[in-house]
Structures are given as C-alpha cells and as structure tokens.
Design a protein around this ligand. Structure first.
Ligand code: AMP
Ligand code: MG
Length: 309
C-alpha cells in the first residue's frame, strides 16, 4: 500500500511534466499522458509510432469529470450505470469548451472515453486534475501488453515510468460502443456483445464484419505477433506452435493452452500473453484450434483474424 502510494506520486510527477507513463488497467496496459496537453499526447504518438489519424481513448475517474468535456445522453447513462467502471469505451460528442487536446481526437468533434476499473489507476485518476489519454502500451499494430514486463518489452527505457498493477484481469481491449447517432459496436472487446445489446434499443444484431468498420485504427492488420497464423486447425504441423482451448489427451511441447476447459473468458485473458511467449520461443508459424464465435470467442476471433493478416 505504502509502495503504491509512492509509485502513484511518481506517476503524477511525470504526468504533470507532460511525460508518458505506463498504467495498468483491467483490459491491457496503457501508455498514458495528460489528455489536455498537446505536448504529452504528441509523445504518445511518437513513442508508439502511431499514425496521427488514429484517435486515442481518454480515461476518466467518473461522470463528473467526464461532463467537463463531453455531452451525454440517457442511453449513455444507462450503459454507464451498468458497466462502469469496466472494460467498455464510448464514443461521445465533445463539448465546445472541452480542454481535450486536438491530438487526441485528430481534430474531430467526437471522442472515445472510458472508466477503467483497475484500483491503482482509479486512485491515480482520482487525484489528477486532468483525464488520461491512453492507448495500449505497445508499438502500433503489435501485441497489446498485459503486464509491466510486457510494456518494458515494447519500449525498454524509452518510457520513464510504469505503474505496476500486476497482470491485467481481462487481457483484451475494451469493447467500443459509439453513441453518436444509432448505438453501434465499433470494436468487440472485454464485454460480450449480448450483454451490451440487452441495454440498447436498436439492437446490434448484425454480425460484426471487419469490412463494415470505418473507424480509424481498426484496420485489418493489428495485434500482430509478426508470425504467420493459421486458424481453425485440428492437427498442427510439427514445427508449429499450437494454441488450444481444450485439454487434449496427449499434449506436446508445442501446445499452448489458452484454456483447458473451453472457458472463453479465460482464453481471452491468456491470448496476448501466449502470443508473446510463442514469439519469444521463436516459432515460425502458429496454428489455432477452432474457437466458437460466441461471447468472448467473438473477441478472440476478431483479434486472431487481424493478427493473421
Ligand atoms: P486503443 O488503441 O486500444 O486505445 O484504441 C483506440 C481505438 O478507439 C481507435 O483505434 C479507434 O478505433 C477508437 N476510437 C478512438 N477515438 C474514436 C473516435 N473519436 N471515434 C471513433 N472511434 C474512436
Ligand atoms: Mg491498441
């Protein structure tokens, strides 16, 4: 606890100086900067090598803080009460007098926001005088980090400070819901589609297809381990890493279990970690067992399809 307090103080010091800081969230680790600062937010794009047209998600402590920058609707409030703090992001309209840096939104009038649940980051957000712009703490298009060590793997000493909050509990990015015009799921993630649909009047019944997605940054290539991936495989080749979701009678050295009991939530949590391990072990190819396209399986398949491009 004491240690946490001094680490939070360190993080505040760096953030106040317009530096980027690694922060833990329940989804993945973020690379955070003062969302009101042009200088701080610019550093995020530079460090990540992220195209400027790919807008950032801004992290708030609570509704009161959000209201300073964004316009909210009843539909938003309903979702907020049900799911926040938690692994869901919303695209909302910016207020005219909002102080959000134009770097964050790529000069647009809409903004993606989120209320992370991780206690350490909540404590940080509570004391800061500004919200945090924080995309995942990885180089653009690469695998998202789920621990402090992963962030170090990505950036080495280029980041001045990382707040260590242990392993991310959800392990995949937030679900993004746009509340501009008709509510729409823009990216699958840490909350299953069905759970969100129950709360939306215009049900998002359509199956999510990559080609329908027009948001910046949700390109076809993403989350890439830079190793070829083959999906829906029953029997892998000998030299391939094989990712599975159910225990087999005979396991081999190249088998990597995302889950042993077909638990899709557990499998999602282990996805990025496992991809990183496979990469470290220098496999030249990855085969993946068929993953049911339901609940968290949909999120896993979305990421794997992009990773395989
Ligand atoms: P991440 O890299 O996980 O922080 O995710 C950021 C993603 O949020 C972007 O790639 C976009 O898909 C989405 N996003 C951020 N801001 C907006 C916005 N104003 N409108 C639509 N999507 C957005
Ligand atoms: Mg990302």
């Amino acid at each position: 606890m004491k240690n946490n307090l001094s680490n939070i103080k360190k993080a505040i010091k760096y953030l106040n100086n317009n530096e980027c800081v690694g922060i833990p969230t329940e989804t993945v680790y973020g690379l955070a900067a003062n969302a009101y600062s042009d200088k701080g937010t610019l550093k995020i794009f530079k460090l990540k090598k992220r195209p400027k047209k790919n807008p950032l998600i801004v992290h708030y402590y609570n509704l009161n803080d959000l209201k300073k920058d964004c316009l909210i609707s009843l539909k938003f409030l309903k979702l907020y009460k049900k799911f926040c703090p938690g692994p869901i992001s919303f695209v909302l309209k910016l207020k005219r007098n909002s102080r959000i840096s134009n770097n964050v939104t790529n000069n647009k009038k809409n903004i993606a926001v989120r209320f992370p649940r991780h206690q350490l980051t909540r404590r940080l957000l509570k004391v800061l005088k500004y919200p945090l712009a924080a995309p995942s703490a990885n180089l653009s298009r690469k695998i998202s980090p789920v621990s402090k060590k992963d962030v170090v793997d990505e950036f080495g000493k280029k980041i001045k400070f990382i707040l260590d909050g242990g392993r991310s509990k959800i392990g995949v990015e937030s679900t993004i819901v746009s509340l501009i015009n008709k509510p729409k799921i823009l990216r699958l993630g840490g909350i299953e589609r069905n759970k969100i649909n129950k709360f939306l009047i215009n049900k998002n019944k359509k199956k999510y297809k990559i080609k329908n997605i027009v948001v910046p940054g949700q390109g076809k290539i993403h989350y890439s381990p830079e190793i070829p991936i083959r999906l829906n495989i029953k029997n892998p080749k000998k030299y391939e890493a094989f990712m599975l979701i159910k225990k087999r009678k005979i396991s081999k050295k190249n088998f990597f279990y995302l889950s042993k009991k077909k638990n899709l939530k557990e499998a999602a949590k282990n996805l990025y970690k496992t991809l990183r391990i496979i990469k470290k072990n220098k496999f030249k190819s990855i085969a993946v067992e068929k993953i049911p396209d339901i609940g968290f399986g949909e999120t896993i398949n979305d990421r794997l399809i992009r990773a395989s491009k």
